[in-house]
Design a binder for this molecule. Structure first.
Ligand code: SAH
Length: 452
């Protein structure tokens, strides 16, 4: 290792940047994150640098004697000038970084994943900045965006624990437990999970748990939110539905207890009361419960009944929205759910409710240009078709059926209202699928080129 990564305290120290163009700007994007007093020497600062100066984030100067500088960046657009500045800095024993000139660098700035006060620095000693950037982007996705806040929360709790618990080995045991030492699940840490686990560890496991109502999306794990993924990693108990994909389920904490509560349409199912009971029971036992519901939990997910049960038991819960089947399906059709000037409403409706086939506002759905996404509509397709036709819908109204939206086995069927039930049968569509009334499928660019 030729270069030693060190964390230098720049609070109140002067950093001088020579240059006012793209190279200086790139350096400044990092330097301005510190608490240094930044001075930029340039006759022609770029608009961005001028804006930073106007905002009081740096001082602009046309000259600088260097003497009070802690660090110097020679980042003019002229390599010769940068080398000259580096020589000047060396003569004064001030560390200098000359942009893109290894010979003029006493130090190099690593690629940073900044969750201050937690900062990860990645350096390749100049061999491959591209590799450092690739590693950085990987780490970026793995570290929660609020890791800095988590670190501050931990600091507060550590200060408190030092007063309350004089035995250092007990303190260490509590932190090993809270921070999941050896579990390798730091990506699930958040200010909330840390506080929850801390109070649980302090009370010897008696603390009340927490329920996360999590949108698992339509199936593709890429469609999970970062927050959903994080709480999935922290789960003690995972209570999941039939339509939660295996790929998504595989991302939950391995050591968690898994409870399947699937409801098969028209078949055997776990009663909602039983699901509510399980949620309450596990949260009361102090567990972090992840209630994984397909798509968005707030769309045809009976979430309100679960909230009511948790409220009645005095338990707190957090909701993590997900991508609902309608938006995933629209993305597969490569069309927008709403089109300016064409539809003023994008209806999300169910084909089935507690009374059987659902009665919808057929008159408005039958109007030319109407668009609706029908969930749980497969078995009701003939009923929907009949109601719409009687209400005056055009039999040639386009209908797309998207089965297993976002999954590897996704199927898209383009048909018309007149053909819908037969097309479903011929296509062997068994679901999960949404019926997208009034929607067409955008042809692939390649197919369109071939046709023209
Ligand atoms: N909360 C879910 C909907 C649950 S109701 C959401 O927001 O998506 C169950 C219905 O959702 C299914 O009958 C089907 O109509 C639809 N659905 C769920 N996942 C789907 C998928 N991957 N592709 C197409 N439709 C899906």
């Amino acid at each position: 290792m030729r270069y030693l990564p060190i964390n230098m305290d720049l609070r109140g120290k002067r950093v001088v940047v020579f240059g006012g163009g793209g190279a200086a700007e790139a350096k400044l994007r990092t330097i301005l994150r510190t608490e240094a007093e930044v001075r930029v020497v340039s006759d022609e600062p770029s608009a961005e640098i001028q804006r930073w100066a106007d905002d009081g984030r740096l001082h602009l100067a046309t000259d600088c004697c260097l003497d009070c500088a802690t660090l110097i960046y020679a980042a003019t657009e002229e390599p010769e000038e940068n080398l000259r500045l580096a020589e000047l800095a060396r003569a004064k024993n001030i560390p200098c970084n000359a942009a893109d000139m290894p010979a003029g660098c006493d130090f190099i700035t690593p690629a940073l994943v900044d969750r201050a006060p937690v900062v990860v620095a990645i350096g390749s000693e100049g061999t491959s900045p591209g590799l450092a950037r690739a590693i950085k982007s990987d780490i970026e996705t793995r570290l929660p965006s609020d890791l800095g806040e988590t670190a501050r929360t931990i600091k507060g709790l550590r200060d408190q624990l030092k007063i309350e618990e004089p035995d250092i080995s007990k303190r260490q045991a509590i932190w090993a437990d809270v921070l999941g030492a050896g579990r390798n699940d730091f990506s699930s840490l958040s200010p909330e999970t840390v506080s929850e686990r801390y109070s649980r560890a302090r009370s010897g496991g008696d603390a009340v748990g927490h329920v996360h109502i999590v949108g698992a999306g339509p199936g593709d794990p890429d469609l999970l939110t970062v927050g959903a993924l994080r709480v999935m990693h922290s789960a003690d108990v995972v209570i999941y539905d039939r339509l939660v994909s295996d790929d998504v389920l595989a991302l939950c904490r391995r050591e968690a207890e898994y409870i399947y509560v699937g409801k098969v349409p028209g078949g055997a199912s776990t009663r909602q009361e039983e699901i509510n009971r399980l949620l309450v029971k596990h949260a009361q036992a102090g567990s972090i419960v992840v209630r994984l519901k397909s798509g968005d939990p707030l769309v045809f997910g009976r979430a309100e009944e679960e909230f009511a049960a948790l409220d009645a038991a005095g338990l707190d819960f957090t909701i993590h929205p997900g991508i609902t089947a309608a938006t995933a399906a629209a993305a597969s059709l490569r069309h927008s759910l709403t089109v300016r000037g064409e539809n003023t409403a994008a209806v999300l409706a169910t084909g089935h409710d507690e009374n059987g086939f659902a009665e919808l506002d057929w008159a408005s759905l039958a109007k030319p240009g109407a668009r609706a996404t029908i969930y749980m509509g497969l078995r009701a397709s003939r009923f929907i078709q009949g109601r719409l036709m009687v209400s005056g819908a055009d039999p040639s109204m386009p209908v797309c059926v998207v089965e297993n939206a976002s999954r590897k086995n996704e199927v898209i069927l383009s048909t018309t209202l007149a053909e819908l039930p037969d097309a479903l049968a011929a296509g062997g569509i068994t679901g999960p699928a949404v019926l997208m009334l009034g929607y067409t499928r955008r042809g692939a660019v390649k197919a369109m080129k071939e046709a023209s």
